[in-house]
Design a protein around this ligand. Sequence first.
Ligand code: GDP
Ligand code: IMO
Ligand code: MG
Length: 429
Amino acid sequence: MNKLNNISVVGAQWGDEGKGKITDLLSHQTQVVVRYQGGNNAGHTIEFEGKKFALHLMPSGIFSGTCDVVIAQGVVINPKILIKEINMLKENNISVNRLKISDRANIIFPYHEEMDGLIEDYKIDKVGTTKKGIGPCYSDKMNRTGIRFCEFCDEELLKSKLIANVAIKNEIFTNANGQYKKFDADALYEEYSIYAKELKQYMCDTSLFLDQAIQDNKRILFEGAQGVMLDIEHGTYPYVTSSSPSSSSIPINCGIAPMYINNNLGIVKAYTSRVGEGPFPTILNDEIGAKIREVGHEYGTTTGRERAVGWLDLVQLRYAIRVSGITSIALMLLDVLSGLKEIKVCTSYLLDGVEINTIPALEKDYSRCIPVYKTLEGFNEDITKITEYDNLPKAAKDYIKFIEEATKIDVAIVSVGPDRSATIVRREI
Ligand code: GDP
Ligand code: IMO
Ligand code: MG
């Protein structure tokens, strides 16, 4: 039985580390690619042969042409967005015949998006969500009022559950202090039952499907969305998303046994970026930050928002490695650091003058942490065409070595450009 061979691709920072690129790359050595949490708050970019795609729900393994792609039950699905994505792929001659959608995944409706806006409006400390209805959909799931994909595809259940959900949501929208949309259950049913008819062909008991794939010794890649620092359990709460991107959540989100998840590739930007609100100790609000943002095109794939950028934070990275069980690293966007005279890395924090090496639970303490930096030499060369590790400038290799020594984790992949081919694979994953 295949116990060691699966891979998880997990964002080790605050999202947008390059998970889409690496999932696409590794999908060519994989038989199944699974999205296990999040929804269309994610934006995963894939580039190859002069083409560029941004996916929000479809697993990034879809371009391999041979992988089965699975949307597992831990994902929240906006059917409108998924159909749009399916059509976009078909127009580009990418087959979606191998898509399987969990019968147990929860569905996002427009009232979830409206509720996302309302909850943000009422918050004093706004999270800066993507307003895609992710939190409200997961809340309904936990409240046991959500609509699962199998119910969505059953006309009678869809109707009765929409009536019940719209009644309570409209009550809140009507009484709220602001102009919020109200919904008509019949109109929603008319529109969404058409989407259900279109998507029903992909419905699958994906827990059973994945178990069979494991028994058949197939290699499975689990594609995380967001990142460990946005994890509802382990992230910078409340400035987090509403699911668990960490690899430890894969078994529960997919309905498979935990022993199959032990090869966890942490996707790490060579610096740090964050979109939305929340503490970010190594943030650069200066011209170096502006330069990194411009060279790295640090604008959100989903919302177009400007991403905050900062130096690599080893306290944060070691924390992500620990709570998510990361066993190797893909170091991304290293090319973006070219041209900087020096590169700083945060090695610890000072909180009220005391050195600390982990992340405080209290958000107001974390916001007061002052990074302690080690300064390394920068490099000037254009590294985007380099395919052999040995050909990287010495300063770039020293930077990688420093990260490996500080984390005790191998940097197995180095990414030097957005294209699939701009990748140095040092060790097969
Ligand atoms: P994801 O959400 O983790 O899949 O990451 P995003 O796609 O949101 O953001 C990563 C961005 O960096 C995308 O625009 C990628 O095309 C780009 N990218 C990925 N790897 C590299 C790299 O090594 N160098 C550069 N310059 N860009 C990269
Ligand atoms: P990928 O998969 C970066 C952030 C939002 C906000 C917080 C909560 O592309 O890495 P939500 O809409 O999830 O309730 O917003 O999480 N966020 C992301 N940031 N990359 C993502 O996904 C994100 N998905 C959500 O900006 O701060
Ligand atoms: Mg993204």
